[in-house]
Design a protein around this ligand. Structure first.
Ligand code: 6PG
Length: 265
């Protein structure tokens, strides 16, 4: 597995490098296969990257007519809700570039979580071109607890199952954190949230994420420094540190960190 860790002085420098890298990957995918399928992430970390991709010179370098846009995870809220990952990407990027509605494959966060997960999986599988290839690019963030996408830590599997039982009434048919991390068939599952916003989530499983060609983590801020060091340099314990479960099968893995996030490495 090819893993690259790059450290940048600040969030702005990280976003600029990410914009360069992402546009290069998109162009390569389009040149080689005629299409680029990219999954976006939520949270604060990608905002400066989205802003850069939305304007020159990056917006003009990309052939938006060949892009297909997906999400790594979504909060179960309507698309116009301010907590929606779709809304974040729409307002900061998609609304500002020449892309058609049919190129945007959002998770239907307004549906019951299990239905939204099922529909999204069907949509993803319908877009797949080859048995081996799914997404060309997946952008990911990491929380201070080591979660990524909506794959949350589950210290104690037994306790986790009990919690999921309680959550089931609230979130209808989510699967446990441990089960999501070790899923062997489904590409998409519904999850109870462990962090704010405390709404159910729909997330790609590691099975789907790890099939991607390029996986790029964007992580900033000192509050994540300890976890970054544990994930990148500590023992392998993906149930506690779900970001460690991201190990591309054939593709490459990139961690873009700012100095504060890398300060304990
Ligand atoms: C979400 C995510 C989540 C996020 C991390 C980091 O929907 O919240 O996709 O995995 O990427 O929590 O979030 P920040 O970038 O805001 O720190």
């Amino acid at each position: 597995m090819k893993r690259e860790i790059e450290v940048f002085p600040d969030h702005a420098a990280l976003a600029l490098a990410a914009a360069e890298r992402v546009t290069a990957w998109c162009s390569e995918a389009i040149a080689q296969r005629g299409v680029c399928r990219m999954a976006l992430t939520g949270g604060e970390s990608p905002k400066p990257l989205y802003a850069l991709l939305a304007r020159p010179p990056f917006a003009e370098r990309l052939d938006w007519s060949r892009m297909q846009i997906f999400w790594g995870d979504e909060r179960c809220v309507p698309p116009d809700d301010e907590r929606s990952n779709y809304r974040l990407a729409w307002e900061n990027l998609l609304n500002r570039v020449p892309i058609a509605a049919e190129q945007i494959h959002r998770v239907r966060g307004e549906l019951p979580p299990a239905d939204a997960a099922e529909q999204y999986e069907v949509e993803l599988r319908a877009c797949r071109m080859t048995p081996a290839g799914t997404l060309d690019i997946i952008l990911l963030g990491m929380g201070a607890d080591g979660h990524t996408a909506s794959l949350f830590p589950s210290k104690d599997r037994f306790a986790d199952r009990a919690q999921v039982k309680r959550n089931r009434t609230e979130t209808s048919q989510t699967v446990s954190q441990a089960d999501a991390l070790h899923e062997r068939e489904r590409w998409v599952v519904a999850q109870p949230a462990k962090m704010p916003p405390l709404v159910p989530r729909v997330t790609l499983t590691p099975l789907a994420i790890n099939a991607a060609r390029h996986i790029l983590f964007l992580v900033t801020g000192e509050q994540k420094a300890k976890r970054v060091a544990q994930v990148l340099a500590g023992p392998y314990q993906p149930d506690e540190l779900p970001a460690q479960a991201i190990i591309p099968q054939h593709g490459d893995l990139h961690w873009f960190l700012d100095h504060p996030a890398a300060s304990q490495l």
